[in-house]
Ligand binder design. Structure first.
Ligand SMILES: [Cu+2]
Length: 641
């Protein structure tokens, strides 16, 4: 993928602005901010997984997709060219996109899709954010294979708030279907049944040693004894919350959702789809090979899930059982120790195939885009598996699929590193249920949900419907009537024992609508997400576009505003963009509405979003010029009205 760096933004400012800025330009180092350009070609690509060759949609032929590496303060332009046969949009998950919803990406929320043959350049600034984020398609189910890491490094000269790790490695978790994921979705849309569960969990594009035809391609994470590696873990899975464990090593959590956290040690990490977690691992075990494993946290009882275990190998350079030379004589593939050692500091780790017979692990290639090529480079490899060229790696402890205690303990450990100023008092409050619903239908082929229904989901009983002619943001900005209403209810239409396992059937059927909730610019917004027991209670990872929010409290059962207000953490709550609402429980989040526009709020489990588990906030403009949504870019994809 081509990456070029254009002139520093500060220099450009000098040309275009007046004397006051001129002085500023002298004071700021020229390299403080750069404009980075990427070209993302969305295209069909052949890949082999689970013994079969399939066509998937990728960016630039890579799966996982290219890594974007930028610095805080940079401006970024990503030209998306759609060479696939599906409509597509791209979303930059966790980026604030201040006043710039046009670059946010969710289809029919902030833009119409990029049609096949079309293109759109996403332009945005990184303003005061650093850490691990990711990007993904936000159209239909394309994000199953159209996703990648988005790494924001601190401004030059600004250190991490922890000792600089010797190396870094993205760990991208995903799901694989033996079929086209779009076909899986379509089948569900036709029949009304929930979509089929995936066939394998992936780590950096590979299922690992325990799935058929996969062991030879298992992802390797090369480490050097005594050195510390920063693992940037991203849950890009469509529908599965995942536990991640590493054999023989403790992990120290230092960030979540691109916000630093109070460091804590753990043996297991939990991530819902959409979430990221950075962990430091010091290689102080006996040199050798250790499995990094991921498998489901399936919080809903009696609901099918993908129960496979994905593995990668955390491999010491030159350790016992770790090949050190690139013998490459066809049979047992070798790991080139020299390549591993080179240039381990700084950039993201890169795994790239060396072609004929042997697999070589190239060290990080330094700054710039696309240093993580994932497994594609090794896909031709047909000899022995590097990961199997020695003693079997040690397997880590993994919690049981339904281990809610471990999930809760992990989530509750995440805190801001220092006391924060929690905004208050609250000026706008929304109490919303999040959960399933079942639409009654006439028994037949289009009524294949549980007990002759069509499967759905809702917030406050509204099952969210996207428009299909123009996006919500365009309708808002251009005052186009009839696209949405702004009457999303700030509380449920009926109060009941939300988390009971016996919610009366009369309450199971939601109402379809495109309802937005209007927020005053500058309002202090508090949202209580309340899970329901309708059909099944399940943990829902709720994501708010355009914002980070403080998570003041979570709990089980029904939220009680009097009792539970005492549980609010007003000292060091974590700041996140995606919060797992506990199964059969609730979560309270708070933020200042300082970003005007239309912002999707939704469950990041795509099967639930597809069912309608979403809504959108309409944050009004403030009074000042810099408090208003920017004008749309000229190349915003045309809508077919
Ligand atoms: Cu959900």
């Amino acid at each position: 993928m081509a990456t070029t760096t254009r002139g520093p933004v500060t220099m450009r400012l000098c040309f275009f602005s007046a004397a006051a800025l001129f002085l500023l330009c002298f004071l700021l180092p020229a390299a403080v901010a750069e404009e980075r350009f990427y070209e993302f070609v969305v295209q069909e690509t052949l890949v082999k997984r689970l013994c079969n060759t399939q066509k998937i949609i990728t960016v630039n032929g890579q799966f996982p997709g290219p890594t974007i590496e930028v610095y805080d303060g940079d401006t970024v332009a990503i030209r998306a060219v759609n060479m696939a046969r599906y409509n597509v949009t791209l979303h930059w998950h966790g980026l604030r996109q201040l006043r710039n919803g046009w670059a946010d990406g969710p289809e029919f929320v902030t833009q119409c899709p990029i049609r096949p043959g079309g293109s759109y350049t996403y332009r945005f600034a990184i303003q005061g954010q650093e850490g691990t984020l990711w990007w993904h398609a936000h159209s239909s189910w394309l994000r199953a294979t159209v996703h990648g890491a988005l790494l924001i490094r601190p401004r030059p000269g600004v250190p991490y708030p922890f000792p600089k790790p010797h190396s870094e490695f993205p760990v991208i978790l995903a799901e694989w279907w033996r079929r086209d994921p779009i076909a899986v979705l379509r089948q569900s849309m036709i029949t009304g049944a929930p979509p089929n569960v995936s066939d394998a969990i992936l780590i950096n594009g590979q299922p690992g040693d325990f799935l058929e035809c996969s062991a030879q391609e298992t992802s390797i994470i090369p480490v050097a004894a005594g050195e510390t590696t920063l693992l940037r873990i991203i849950n890009a899975a469509m529908n599965t919350e995942l536990f991640v464990s590493l054999a023989g090593h403790k992990m120290t959590v230092v960030a979540a959702d691109a916000m630093y956290t109070k460091p804590f040690e753990t043996t297991v990490v939990l991530l819902g789809p959409g979430q990221t977690t950075d962990v430091l691992v010091t290689a102080h075990a006996a040199p050798g090979r250790y499995y990094l494993a991921a498998r489901a946290y399936a919080s809903a009882q009696g609901v099918p899930f993908d129960n496979t275990t994905a593995t990668a190998i955390f491999q010491y350079k030159g350790g016992a059982g770790c090949p050190t030379t690139a013998a490459g004589a066809g049979a047992a593939g070798a790991v080139a120790g020299a390549g591993v050692g080179a240039g381990a500091a700084g950039g993201a780790g890169a795994v790239a195939g060396a072609g004929a017979g042997a697999s070589t692990f190239n060290g990080p290639t330094g700054a710039g885009a696309n240093t993580f090529n994932g497994p594609l480079g090794r896909s031709k490899y047909s000899g022995g598996n590097p990961g199997r060229a020695g003693p079997a790696p040690m397997l880590p402890y993994l919690p049981a699929y339904n281990d809610t205690n471990t999930a809760t303990a992990f989530s509750n450990s995440i805190r801001s590193p220092a006391p924060v100023k929690v905004p208050g008092p609250v000026t706008q409050e929304v109490f919303t249920t999040v959960g399933f619903g079942l639409f009654n239908c006439r028994p037949g082929p289009f009524c294949q949900g549980p007990n002759n229904t069509r499967f759905g989901a809702s917030m406050n009983n509204v099952s969210f419907q996207l428009p299909n002619t123009v996006s919500l943001l365009q309708a808002h900005y251009h005052h186009i009537p009839g696209v949405f209403t702004d009457d999303f209810p700030p509380m449920p239409p009926v109060f009941f024992d939300f988390t009971s396992q016996n919610v009366p059937r009369a309450l199971w059927q939601p109402v379809k609508g495109t309802k937005l909730y209007r927020v005053k610019y500058g309002a202090v917004v508090q949202i209580v997400f309340q899970d329901t027991g309708i059909f099944a209670a399940e943990e829902h990872p709720m994501h708010i576009h355009g914002y980070h929010f403080y998570v003041l409290a979570t709990g089980f059962g029904n939220y009680d505003p009097v009792r539970d207000a005492h549980k609010f953490n007003l000292v060091d709550p974590p700041s996140r963009n995606t919060i797992g609402v506990p199964v059969g429980g609730w979560a309270v989040v708070r933020f200042v509405a300082d970003n005007p526009g239309v912002w999707l709020v939704h469950c990041h489990i795509d099967a639930h979003l597809t069912g309608g588990l979403g809504m959108a906030l309409l944050v009004e403009d403030g009074e000042a010029e810099l408090e208003a949504t920017m004008a749309p870019p000229l190349d915003l994809p045309l809508c077919v009205l």
